[in-house]
Structure formats: C-alpha cells, structure tokens
Design a protein around this ligand. Sequence first.
Ligand SMILES: [Ca+2]
Length: 551
Amino acid sequence: MNPSMRIQFVLTLLLTWGLQAASKPNIVFILADDLGIGDVNCYGGERCQIETPNIDALAAGGVRFTDAHPNASVCGPTRRAIMTGRYPWRFGSTVNNGPWGFCGPRPNTEKSTLGKLFKKSGYRTGYVGKWHLGTTMVTKDGKNQGLTNVDFTKPLIHGPVQFGFDYSFILPGSLDMYPYAYARNNVWQGEVTAQKGWSAFNRVGPAEKDFQDHEVLETFYTEAEAFIGRQKKEDPFFLFLALTAPHTPTSPGVKWRGKSKLGVYGDFVMEVDHSIERVMSALKAKGLDQNTLVLFSSDHGSAPYAGNILKATPVQIHQLEAKGHYPSGPHRGYKFSVYEGGLRVPLIAHWLGVIAQGQTCDALVGLNDFMATFAELTGVKLEKDQAPDSISFANLLKDPKSKGTRKNLILQSVTAFAVRDGEWKLCVCPGSGSNINSPNANGNDPMPGVAWAKALAAFDGKLNETDLLKAPFVQLFNVAEDPHEDKNLAAENPKRVSQMIGLLKEQIQHGRSTSGAKLKNDKNVRIVNPRDRRLPDSLRQRLSASRSKGL
Ligand SMILES: [Ca+2]
C-alpha cells in the first residue's frame, strides 16, 4: 500500500467508525405474554374483534413480519432463546429450583445475554417486567427456594443484575406464578408477608401485602416511562419491556374494563396495546423518537384456557371464537402445541428514518435472531461461542423485500421438535405435541393420547425408536400453501422427512446452527425420548412389546 492509499484507507476507517458511533440507535423491545397473532388487528383482520390502534400504528409506520416465530410454544424456553440467541434445548437443568416463580436459573443462561451485548457497546441497559428466566433467592434453611423458606429481606443472589442489566424491575415468574412481588435491581420491594393468588390453577402463595394483579401493567408502564425519562440523548440505551398480559389471570386495570366489544379478554389486550402508546409518548417527550428502534412481539400464541373469565378455564378460548374472534388467526392450535397457532407470532419493527412506512416482510425470522441483529446494529462482534443459533435480520429492517438470511429454524412444543426448512415444516410427533398429563393444554387437537393411539394403530410390525422419526409418527406441512396445517404430506415425502430429520440431527450434534467450530450442548439431547412421561404409556408399551416378542 503506498502512502496516499494508506491515508485514504485510514480516513475511510475513521469515517466508518464515526458514522457507526453517531448512528447507534436506542432500542426498545416490548414482549407480550401469550398474545396470539390473531389478537392483533393488523394481523387478524376480519377474524379479530379487538381494536389495537397503537400496535397497528406501529406497523403502519414500520415493518410487519409475517413469518416470525418464538422457539417454543411456552414462556421459559422462548425467553431463554431471546436472551441468549441459543436454542433453549441446548441448556441444562435448573438449579435451586422451586415451583413457578421460584424457578431457578439454568447454568450458562447469564453467560452471554442481550444485556451484556449492549453494555459492551456502551449502552445503558434496562429490564422491566416479567422475568421467568430463573432467579436464585436467599433461603432461611439453605435448601432450594420454595413457598415457605425464602428470605424476602435479602436481595436476589442471581437475577437481572447478573444478566447485564444496569436497571431492572421484575416480577420473577408471571402473573399467576407466585411469589407476587417485585424486585428492583435484585432487591425485593415492599413487605412480602401476604398470601395471594388469582389463577384457577390454585396458585396461592407469598405476595407483597399491597400487590394487585390488575395494577401490574400500569406499574410496568410507569417504570418503563421513568427509565426512558432518565436517559440522555448522547448515550444510547436498550430497554426490554416484558409484559405479563394477556396471560391469565385476565385482569385488566380498572380503567380498561369495558373498553373492548369482546369482553374482559379484549380489554386486557387493549391494555397491552396501550404499552406502545406509553413508550412512544415517553420517547417523544425526551426527543428520542427519531433515533429509536421499537420492536413488538409475543413469547408464543394464546392459551387455550384464556378468555373472558378472569381465571384460567379449560378450553375457554372456543368461546371467543364463537364470538368471531380467533386468537390464532388463520392457524391451528394454541400455546403448548407444535402448530402455528402456538408458534407464529406478531413481530413489528418501527424506526423513523430507517424503516420505510407500511412495509411487510415475509422472510423467516426467529426471536432467537435478536442477539445477532442487535450485535450488527450496535457494532459488536460476537465471540465464536456466543449466540450460536442467532442470525442477523438487520438487512430486512432496512429493506424488508430483500432476501432473508435464515433458511431453517428449529421450534418446539412442550414435548416435540419441529423443523422449518423454507416453506416446509416437519413436526416430529403425531398430533399437537402437547403434554398428555396437562388438562390446561386441552383444545390443542388432536391431543397426544388420541394422536399416538392412531399412529400406533397405523404402524404394522416391530416398532423401533428410529421408526418414530418417520410417518405415521411425524407430520409434514407446506405452511405457505396450507397455513392451517391440515394436509399431512409426510407419508408421500419420505425423502424430505429424512432430510429434515438429518438437518435437526446435525444442528443438535454441532452445538450450533450458525457457521463456526463445533460447540457442546449443556445436556444430552434426544429427538424423541420415549421415556418422557409426558408422552403416553401406549408408546412405551408398544416399544417394550416389540423388543420382548422380537416382532
Ligand atoms: Ca407466555
């Protein structure tokens, strides 16, 4: 390189760095809890009976993704994948574990997080809302944290602080998972001396004496506004606002009751919609709306037990559908299932001056992709072992019609894997893939008992475990042509089934799905584990009979 070329090269580098430093956007990510894709008007259309003016306005001013997915159809694993960019099934078991909101952390979840990523790039980081990623509490007897032994006068040993959040205000589990108490920067707030509970799941447990279920969203909105209010124009910030709604108990704030035409469920969704209004107003008040990327999504689809009765009530969701409101939109199934009703969610991005108005993007995106996307937007280079399943979709924010970077995606119900490869989706189970022991999953048809009985009856002869990776025990759908997943094409496409199982095996064995050196999973991962007690006994009996009779 001659001297003039060298000077030009250095000037170019300085200019690039300068532009990056000047253009670091603030980022606010709002995550709803159990909000179905059909609960949002700009997705549900005529099948949606709830007004969501603020989410719709966010979409009208930015880009609406139509093929976005959480990695699981339940809360915990999805949140783990969002926070780390790593598939949730790669993590090991929880430690110090107790029931519901007393759940302990999974080792390594805190190792590489969104909080730490943003801090590395010089951001102020805030987390407000539902946590559900596991905490370690001080116990009076030194045993695992639980209903009777937590010392609420002592701070959390392990919580958002350990995940790289400068400021946090959390509910450790969810709105129907005790303890019903907030922790600010790992310190319990108020006096946790009461016993309360609102859910039909009989989850009555420790609560702060003034804690009210219908005040939680308003409390989180006030906290989020205050966090934004403390920010300075010159320092970028990241805020993760994780709502507790419309998850049961369906308990909107007093001023939201009666707002929707649909009933109390609609009222609660409207209070979720209000989160956008509060965040956008707070940004505008601080003059931060011009350089802030606002994202909105849901942790998975709506629960079959949610509806117009405050308490969780089995299969209540069908009563909403009878009124013309379909929380899963055009899709089949709900929370817990392997079908799109549980696994396809709204995802909207709004960024003035960068994202053009009124865009839609049909590319395949996973919520595990935030980590790599944010790394790209903030100019952080991920280490080789960080976010091993995260692929940046930053290019889609700037040009929603450009080619998506993600070709495949691993999903899961509570008991089964699913693999997306282009338009194809392989569900590695018969039926909905929900838990045979969970009456709360009812409504996810066909339920596992029925589906497995039918598949076992259709299979002749000796059954080996490897047979469980083929028809009639798997389902193959083209989700572009068949959004309701009615036409199972597995039996007529054995080669495609086998290729997609191969893809899943490779991504399990490699410890990562992005390019790079092989990594280790924190536990042994099996595609189908017949010893899983959430699968029916009939499966174990058939395998055992095949072995003993040499059929
Ligand atoms: Ca949830």
